[in-house]
Write a protein that binds this ligand. Structure first.
Ligand code: UD1
Ligand code: MG
Length: 450
């Protein structure tokens, strides 16, 4: 494939001032994954090498998030052009194509990056190809100035643009592919005589044109090129991503009863004929097999649900939940690090943490696994076919043998043998006629009082 010679730089050193956040902007999540993670994931299939992420000093969480990719430190942050220069050493000597992506433009698809590279390699050999978009409304993006032949002449920042230039519909996404043999020369000529006093990457277009080089604009869907600078734009990008994920889930054979109320993680995997009710939230790491029903108002993360299981309504599955084929997890049941084997049932009002529930076992309403004693976490094992009566507290570590019964309201602190009945509650005391006597005394008192 011709892409072998491309290297990539992802700019992420900006302060992200407009986010008003302690977190670096590109670590804010969309569909459960940091923005920068989306960029890296969508770039990956093209095999660009090296991939260098430019960041500011002290962004340790960001460095960890992008590992094992190379990083370059830009200090201080003097603009997007200055940021690309900061990556020069890490990019090495290769003179192939250089892809420049922005960490705050996370929705770009692999196909669009590929189209950008293809355009760079077209017969007219443009030195710079810039991805353009047409956002609705008066967006504050840079504008792409194109000549009568359709060639890109310059990029004018919104702040520097004249009223006439601001009327140009074609906006700069920031994403570009540049001839690796020319980029450093072009960037070396970029100055900072502008309203922000910054070295704008966007200036390389006019500089290349001055040298008689061809530059080109390539239009791509605006949904992929939204830049995120504020919480409002973050929410808009999330909405756009969710729309994409919902469409994909339905195209792959899931029924979403009210798609707009189902929230996916970037990595949610749904089988065929899965039915998802309204108001369901999928956190990261959820995998659902065929024929599963997730009823309304469930919250799931780090969970694996096997064929034909029924979850909810109002269930909460936390990381490490594995729900077996045909099993049921009903309303107000919370599971964490819990494995329910095929056909097991926990239908009402339970907490199952650090637990293993055997095949076809029945966990009664209100059962709690007491997995934490204030120091450590301990495991509860419920054997196959066991029956746990309502409102039982299973104090871990504890094992309920296969086929055993636990009487309702028991506080179980010792293992229960298979097929045994465990009753661990105060014995019932009955006093015949007590209520009659009580009422008589009460009536007498009333008479004396009147
Ligand atoms: C930039 C473009 C603008 C374009 C818009 C698209 C420039 C000068 N302007 O504006 O034409 O329409 O993106 O979203 O390029 N960064 C650094 N170091 C810096 C400054 C920025 O790494 O010194 C990084 C940021 O982390 C960010 C990206 O570069 O990921 C873009 O920076 P940002 O400040 O968001 O630029 P915009 O004002 O959005
Ligand atoms: Mg931006």
């Amino acid at each position: 494939m011709a892409v072998a010679k491309a290297a990539a730089v992802i700019l992420a050193a900006g302060k992200g001032t407009r986010m008003k956040s302690a977190l670096p902007k590109v670590l804010h999540a969309i569909a459960g994954r940091p923005m920068i993670g989306h960029v890296l994931a969508n770039l990956a299939p093209l095999g660009a090498s090296p991939v260098v992420v430019v960041m500011a000093p002290g962004m340790d969480a960001l460095a960890a998030a992008v590992a094992p990719h190379a990083i370059a430190i830009q200090d201080p942050q003097l603009g997007t052009g200055h940021a690309v220069l900061a990556a020069r050493q890490a990019l090495g000597a290769g003179a192939g194509d250089l892809l420049i992506l922005y960490g705050d433009t996370p929705l770009i698809s692999t196909a669009t990056i590929q189209r950008l590279l293809d355009r760079r390699r077209a017969a007219d050999h443009p030195a710079v190809v810039v991805l353009g978009m047409r956002p609705a409304g008066a967006a504050e993006y840079g504008r792409l100035v194109v000549d009568s032949e359709g060639r890109l002449e310059a990029i004018v920042e919104f702040r520097e643009a004249t009223a006439e230039q601001r009327r140009i519909g074609l906006c700069n996404s920031g994403v570009m592919a540049v001839d690796g043999a020319r980029i450093w020369d072009l960037l070396g000529s970029v100055g900072n005589a502008n309203s922000k006093g910054e070295y704008y990457l966007t200036d390389i277009v006019a500089l290349a044109r001055k040298q008689g080089l061809v530059c080109a604009a390539l239009e791509a869907p605006v949904e992929e090129l939204l830049g995120i600078n504020s919480r409002g734009e973050l929410a808009a990008a999330e909405a756009s991503m969710q729309a994409r994920l919902r469409s994909r889930a339905m195209a792959d054979g899931a029924t979403l009863i009210d798609p707009a109320t189902v929230w996916f993680s970037h990595d949610t995997r749904l089988g065929r004929d899965v039915v998802v009710g309204p108001n369901v939230v999928f956190g990261p790491g959820v995998e659902i097999a065929d024929d599963v029903e997730v009823r309304a108002f469930c919250h799931l993360e780090g969970a694996s649900i096997h064929k034909g299981a029924i979850i909810g309504p109002f269930a909460r599955l936390r990381p490490g939940s594995v729900i077996g084929a045909g099993a049921r997890v009903g309303n107000f049941v919370e599971t964490k690090n819990a494995k329910l084997a095929a056909g097991a049932k926990a239908n009402h009002l339970s907490y199952l943490g650090d637990a293993t529930v055997g095949e076809a076992a029945n966990v009664g309403a209100g059962t709690i696994t007491c997995n934490y004693d204030g120091f450590g976490k301990y495991e509860t094992v419920i054997g196959a076919g066991a029956f746990i009566g309502s409102n039982s507290a299973l104090c871990a570590p504890v094992t309920i043998g296969a086929g055993a019964f636990v009487a309702a309201g028991s506080v179980i602190t010792k293992n229960v043998a298979p097929d045994a009945l465990a009753v661990a509650r105060a014995a019932q005391v009955e006093k015949p006629g007590w209520a009659t006597m009580f009422r008589q005394v009460k009536n007498k008192m009333k008479k004396i009082g009147s």
